[in-house]
Design a protein around this ligand. Structure first.
Ligand SMILES: Cc1cc2nc3c(=O)[nH]c(=O)nc-3n(C[C@H](O)[C@H](O)[C@H](O)COP(=O)(O)OP(=O)(O)OC[C@H]3O[C@@H](n4cnc5c(N)ncnc54)[C@H](O)[C@@H]3O)c2cc1C
Length: 437
C-alpha cells in the first residue's frame, strides 16, 4: 500500500516508522533538507508523561491577564487581526474550567503512557542513541506559595494514577545536588521518577535514517501545496521542489498530514477545520564549562516556567510561549529579551557552569490546541486522509505513541488506550481494503 506522509518532524517520522512496520510503501515529504528542522529541532527535551497539565485550567485566565503584554512573561499574547487567533483564544477560555481540565489531563495521561511504552520498545528495538537520561523530571519552587500550589497539583495528578512525589528542600538537593549552587531559596519540589529526557532532533533524524534503510522514500526540499480531492477521497498531493521549482502530483492510496501548525491551512480548502494555533517558544543551548557541576536530572523551574535538560556536554534551557502568529524571527527585541532571560536564569541557578560566550538560540512554533490534545485520526472530509497534528507542548513526549496509534487506526485497529481519536475511526476501514475499493 502506498502512503504519503506530509511532514518530517517527530510526528511524521514516527508515523512513517510504524507504517513501514506494517509493510506499507512510505514516501515522506518535507520542505526542509532533513528531518526535525522545525519544531522538533531544539525543544525542552523532556519526555514528560507525568507533567502533562494543559495550559487551560480554572486559574489560567487570571494568570494570563497578569502576564499580558509583559515582554519577559512566560506567556505573551500579542493581539492580531487574525480570526484564527481569536477563535483559538475563545476556545481556550472554554477549557478553563475544573471539569475540562480533569477531562483533558486524563486523555493526556493516557496518550503519554501509551507513547512512553512505544518509545521504550522502539529504542530497545533500534538501539537509537540520543543523549537519553532516565532520571525523572524534578520541578522545583522558589517561593512557599508556588510550592503549596505544586503540592496541590501533585495530589491532583496522583488521582490520575501518576507517580508525582512531593520533596522538601533537602530531598530536592539529594535528587539534583547541582542545585546547591543556587543562591536563592528552594522551598521544595515535586518529582516524577519515571519521566526522562533526550534530544528530539537527534532521535528523529536517526529514526528517519532507519526508515530510509527500511525502504522509505524521502522527498526533502519539497513544499506541500495542496491536496486534490476526487469524490470522497484524496487522489494526490501537489508538491513543488525548492531546488528546481518543478511541481508534481504525488499519487497514493492514503495520505497522512503531520505538518504541525501548518496543517489547518492545508486542510481548510477541503472544508476541514482544525483549531491549531502556533505558540512560539524559545530555547538556548550552551556548552558546559564545568560538566561535573551541571545538573543531570531534567528540571522544571517554576519561577520562570522553563525546562532545563542536560544533553551530553551541553545544557538546553527552553520555555516561554507567545501567541503572535507564524513569526519565527529571532532578531526582534522581544526575542532577544526572551532568549537572554533564559540564559540569565540559568546563570542565576548554576553560576559559572556554562560557557555564555557562545549561545545557540532557537525558536519554534508549538502546534497548540486549546485542550493541548492533538488531532489523531481520520479526516472528516476524505476517507483516505489521516491527521496527526496539534501536539502543542508535548509533541516529543507523545511522538512515538501518536505515530503508532495512527498506524493502528489506519489498519482498522483501535489503539490500546482510552483516547478520543479524531473523525470516524471506530468504524475505520483498514487502508488495505480502501486501496482495493
Ligand atoms: C520551546 C519549546 C519547547 C518544547 N519542549 C518540549 C518538551 O520538553 N517536551 C515535549 O514533549 N515537547 C516539547 N515541545 C513541543 C514539541 O517540540 C512539538 O510538539 C513537536 O516538535 C511537534 O512535532 P511535529 O512533528 O508535529 O512538528 P514539526 O517538527 O514542526 O514537523 C512538521 C514538519 O512539517 C513540515 N512542513 C510544514 N509545512 C510544510 C509545507 N507546506 N510543505 C512541506 N513541509 C512542511 C516542516 O518542515 C516540519 O518538518 C516544545 C516546543 C517548543 C517550541
Amino acid at each position: 500500500m502506498k502512503v504519503v506522509v506530509l511532514g518530517a518532524g517527530i510526528i511524521g517520522i514516527s508515523t512513517a516508522w510504524y507504517l513501514l512496520e506494517q509493510g506499507h510503501e512510505v514516501t515522506v515529504v518535507d520542505r526542509q533538507d532533513d528531518a526535525a528542522l522545525e519544531t522538533s529541532f531544539a525543544n525542552g527535551a523532556q519526555i514528560s508523561v507525568c507533567f502533562c497539565e494543559p495550559w487551560a485550567n480554572a486559574g489560567a485566565p487570571f494568570k494570563v491577564a497578569k502576564w499580558l503584554l509583559r515582554d519577559d512573561s512566560p506567556l505573551l499574547f500579542r493581539p492580531r487581526l487574525d480570526p484564527a487567533q481569536w477563535r483559538w483564544g475563545l476556545s481556550f477560555l472554554t477549557q478553563c474550567t475544573t471539569a475540562a481540565f480533569e477531562r483533558n489531563v486524563e486523555s493526556l495521561v493516557q496518550l503519554g503512557r501509551y507513547s512512553h511504552a512505544s518509545l521504550k520498545a522502539l529504542v530497545n528495538e533500534t538501539g537509537i542513541e540520543y543523549d537519553r537520561i532516565e532520571r525523572g523530571i524534578l520541578h522545583f519552587f522558589s517561593s512557599q506559595e508556588d510550592f503549596d500550589n505544586g503540592v496541590a497539583a501533585a495530589e491532583i495528578m496522583r488521582s490520575h494514577g501518576v507517580d508525582r512525589r512531593v520533596l522538601d528542600h533537602d530531598q530536592v538537593l539529594e535528587i539534583e545536588p547541582a542545585l546547591a549552587g543556587f543562591q536563592g531559596r528552594v522551598y521544595g519540589g515535586t518529582y516524577t521518577p519515571s519521566d526522562e529526557s533526550g534530544d528530539a532532533r537527534v532521535f528523529t533524524q536517526k529514526l528517519a535514517r532507519l526508515c530510509a534503510e527500511r525502504g522509505a522514500t524521502f522527498l526533502y526540499g519539497h513544499d506541500v501545496l495542496g491536496l486534490e480531492r476526487q469524490g470522497q477521497s484524496i487522489s494526490s498531493v501537489q508538491i513543488r521542489s525548492r531546488a528546481t521549482g518543478r511541481a508534481e502530483a504525488l499519487k497514493a492510496d492514503a495520505f497522512v498530514t503531520a505538518m504541525a501548525s501548518y496543517t489547518p491551512a492545508l486542510l481548510k480548502p477541503l472544508g476541514e477545520f482544525l483549531n491549531i494555533y502556533p505558540a512560539k517558544g524559545y530555547s538556548a543551548t550552551l556548552k558546559l564549562k564545568k560538566p561535573e557541576a551541571a545538573s543531570v536530572v531534567s528540571l522544571l523551574d517554576d519561577t520562570r516556567k522553563i525546562a532545563i535538560s542536560r544533553l551530553g556536554d551541553s545544557i538546553r534551557i527552553a520555555g516561554t510561549a507567545e501567541l503572535s502568529g507564524f513569526d519565527l524571527n529571532l532578531n526582534s527585541a522581544t526575542a532577544k529579551v526572551r532568549c537572554d532571560a533564559l540564559v540569565r536564569r540559568y546563570e542565576e541557578l548554576f553560576p559559572g557552569v556554562a560557557d555564555l560566550s557562545e549561545r545557540n538560540y532557537w525558536t519554534g512554533l508549538r502546534p497548540s490546541t486549546p485542550t493541548n490534545i492533538p488531532y489523531i485520526g481520520r479526516s472528516k472530509k476524505a476517507s483516505n486522509l489521516w491527521i496527526n497534528a496539534g501536539h502543542g507542548t508535548l509533541g516529543w513526549t507523545h511522538g512515538a505513541g501518536s505515530g503508532r496509534a495512527l498506524a493502528e487506526l489506519m489498519a482498522g485497529r483501535r489503539p490500546e488506550m482510552d483516547f478520543g481519536f479524531y473523525g470516524d475511526v471506530q468504524t475505520a476501514a483498514p487502508i488495505r481494503s480502501m486501496a482495493t475499493a
